[in-house]
Design a protein around this ligand. Sequence first.
Ligand code: GDP
Length: 335
Amino acid sequence: MDDRVETLATGVRAGERRALAKAITLIESRRPQDRPAAEALLAALGTGDGDSLRIGLTGTPGVGKSTFIEALGLQLIAAGHRVAVLAVDPSSARSGGSILGDKTRMERLSRAPEAFIRPSPAQDQLGGVARRTRETIRLVEAAGHDIVLVETVGVGQSETLVAGMTDIFVLLLAPAGGDELQGVKRGIMELADLVLVNKADGALESQARATRADYAGALRLMRPRPDDPPGYPAALTVSAATGAGLPEAWQAVERLARARSASGARARRRAEQDLSWFREELLAMLRDHVACAPRLARLGAALESDIAQGHRTPPAAAAALMRALLSGRDDPGAA
Ligand code: GDP
């Protein structure tokens, strides 16, 4: 292991903020030449902290995610936890920039030494964002953060990705006008362990209670997860602004986390997540390898044009590329 990686690993394990930030920058680097060091660093830090709690949080812009994370995060660090907040922002895959995890959105929490806030990595594809976020979870855990919140906006695919890297998934909603469910897709409801209706304060309080009751009804119609204690998935009201309901919401998270640890469900979920991470990583590495090896990249482009012109079927083209790949002549690592 080179010195730079060893120094970084030592700094991360000691919980040094600068080392952690540098380590994440290395992980997120899109320069292929940084990858070996990133992988060495991850390997040096080991397979993760079994005691951490990873919580996914989703909600459309404006429901109060950052207000909620700030209020909950301050409460958790006051109770002795070390909190990390990461973001998976699907728009960063398109714009290269990130709207989530912006520090100005969680001003007090970002100043707390026990908290670490990191915006979404900018990557070409949502899959790339998810890949780097999984690795960053390992880094913040190695740095001693025992609660990891992964935030995303409610637009579909990103929720599935975040639920696939966390232990518990929370859906944050705003009070709805009338009795309609807020166009929340069934798929997202199915991922949720906890539905929190935020802004249950002032003039919005009674509306928030009505919305909570609607969701409680909708959740009862869904298939319960066999390992979970009765009452889950649960729907509660909170006010991130006043703090009302936050201790109860956290109790609901902890009760579920404890039950899943005791039943082995959490360990099974993490094992499954690691397996799908491995499979996705393998496919992604294969794609990167093809893109980086000049002859394979050229062959890939030619095959794509064959497919477009109807000269080859997609499976025949994929088989041709696999043959070229396995012949190994273009393997940059084998040279
Ligand atoms: P995000 O886009 O989901 O991160 O939402 P923000 O946390 O930025 O909040 C959006 C707006 O809702 C801001 O104006 C907040 O002040 C307001 N807000 C957030 N939480 C509450 C709450 O519990 N009650 C009320 N009344 N307003 C809230």
